[in-house]
Design a protein around this ligand. Sequence first.
Ligand SMILES: Nc1ncnc2c1ncn2[C@@H]1O[C@H](COP(=O)(O)OP(=O)(O)OP(=O)(O)O)[C@@H](O)[C@H]1O
Ligand SMILES: [Mg+2]
Length: 246
Amino acid sequence: MRTVVIVNQKGGVAKTTTAVNLAAELGVTRRVLLVDFDPQRSATSAIFGNVDFDLSCYDLLFDNVPASKIIQKSEAFDIDVIPSDIMLSSGELRLASMMGRERLLTRHLAKIKPNYDVCIIDTSPTLGLLAINALVAADEALIPICPDYFSLKGIKLLEDTMTSVRQNLAARLSLLGVLVTRYRKRVITDSALDLISEYFGPKLFNVKIPENIAIEEAHNAHMPMRKYNANSKAAAAYRELAKEAF
Ligand SMILES: Nc1ncnc2c1ncn2[C@@H]1O[C@H](COP(=O)(O)OP(=O)(O)OP(=O)(O)O)[C@@H](O)[C@H]1O
Ligand SMILES: [Mg+2]
């Protein structure tokens, strides 16, 4: 199982949008598990709507409930999902006093590894212990960046955190790539893009996800872009991303 964490502590850069649409693209040909590791449960809501599941990744981490009992199937996205729950917002505090606190997610995912080809983890816009758990559990990180809010300081902080996870926690974690999201052609955006491209070089994916209203509509319809509007530029871009990244 190849595990990819979608991470950026900046809010609203399309982490969840990328997690659910990339998972759905890969779901066409692979066995995909999506872990919603954000207490705001945006990925769970995008996929299933406002359904409250009895079990979530909170139970996986803190009550030792096996992942196999928590997993929900999504027909629309062709993937399996470990849903999130608002209870996970107490996770940072609970983890702080636990032994092996950085590796809880790794340990619990290990048992279901043989059942999947790919695991995608969606994270919240923070760099706390939950994010560290996701980074340790992952083989690779995919960083979505919205050029309109690009901050080099923020990216350096994220890179330092990834380096520290690698060095201090002996994690495999490498950078899969950096993805430009919500792209609109404007002079100011393109000057940010030049900076991003110079900074990341070959780690920047060629494909950019365009700003497209259908993305929001697909969330509300609980469908992946590949089904909601297969002919749109955004659907084509996520299809292209799946090819470039995998
Ligand atoms: N390409 C796009 N075009 C238009 N809207 C988009 C696009 N990508 C994402 N959005 C919208 O931007 C908002 C933020 O996206 P999303 O929830 O994926 O970001 P996020 O990084 O997961 O946010 P958070 O940090 O809060 O978890 C959502 O309302 C989403 O529908
Ligand atoms: Mg999100």
